[in-house]
Design a binder for this molecule. Structure first.
Ligand SMILES: C[S@@+](CC[C@H](N)C(=O)[O-])C[C@H]1O[C@@H](n2cnc3c(N)ncnc32)[C@H](O)[C@@H]1O
Length: 217
């Protein structure tokens, strides 16, 4: 397995991929989180997904143990596991590969293809959660502030979504530091979503995918 694509890309973007053994060794350091379905992981320079793919595989192993016997629960908790993985990547080929690698993991685990609502719902989630943008400026490639969806699973096939701006989320630790102008604010005053969505089913997400321009999906 090659860990670089070209010397130029290493020089221009620091693009050196992490080998699988090292990814697993690092995830083992946070094993309780890495093996939990609903722990949230953000990889701010995700490349083609060497970390995120492994995080997803480990979450799906947890889904199998807990919900493997019920097809309904298995599908919904797998989607929820995917909803808890986030990435940002600067280069267009890498973000496309990352999304493709992640959907490949879902497709293999659930034995699904494009004709399945689950596949298209997962593609929609990946289009939201894996952002083509710059983690330093916190802006997308089309110069919008990066926003992430916080997904929740309400049970009985319903998902909840609230969107937050990344620059606000990352700035909140500074806001709450002792002695700052904002230290008196409670978390609830900082964590205000920019959008709250109605509860959605897997089918709603598949329909949303079908209505999304395919370049972004
Ligand atoms: C060292 S590679 C690591 C890739 C992946 N995390 C892994 O471990 O295999 C760094 C990645 O960050 C991307 N990158 C560089 N600057 C970035 C930035 N400002 N925002 C987002 N991604 C960036 C590069 O294109 C490259 O894919």
């Amino acid at each position: 397995m090659s860990l670089i694509k070209s010397k130029k890309r290493v020089a221009d973007h620091g693009e050196v991929f992490t080998p699988p053994w090292l990814v697993d060794a690092m995830l083992d350091l946070v094993k309780d989180e890495a093996d939990r379905i609903d722990s949230r992981f953000l990889e701010p320079a995700c490349g083609s997904g060497n970390f995120l793919v492994r995080v997803l595989q480990r979450k799906l192993a947890a889904v199998e143990i807990k919900f493997g016997k019920s097809d309904f629960e298995k599908r919904h908790y797998s989607l929820y596991a995917l909803m808890c993985t986030y990435g940002i990547e600067l280069l267009p080929d890498n973000i496309a590969e990352c999304r493709a690698n992640m959907i490949g993991v879902m497709a293999e685990y659930l034995n699904i293809d494009e004709n399945d609502d689950m596949y298209r719902a997962a593609s929609y989630v990946l289009a939201q959660n894996l952002v083509h943008g710059d983690a330093l400026t916190m802006r997308t490639q089309d110069d919008q502030p990066i926003a992430f969806a916080e997904w929740g699973y309400l049970g009985k096939g319903k998902f909840q979504r609230r969107d937050f701006r990344l620059d606000v989320l990352t700035g909140s630790s500074a806001f709450s530091a002792e002695g700052t102008l904002f230290s008196h604010l409670g978390k609830h005053e900082i964590f205000i979503p920019i959008r709250t969505w109605p509860a959605m089913t897997l089918r709603d997400l598949a329909i949303a995918h079908d209505g999304t321009p395919q370049e972004a999906a």
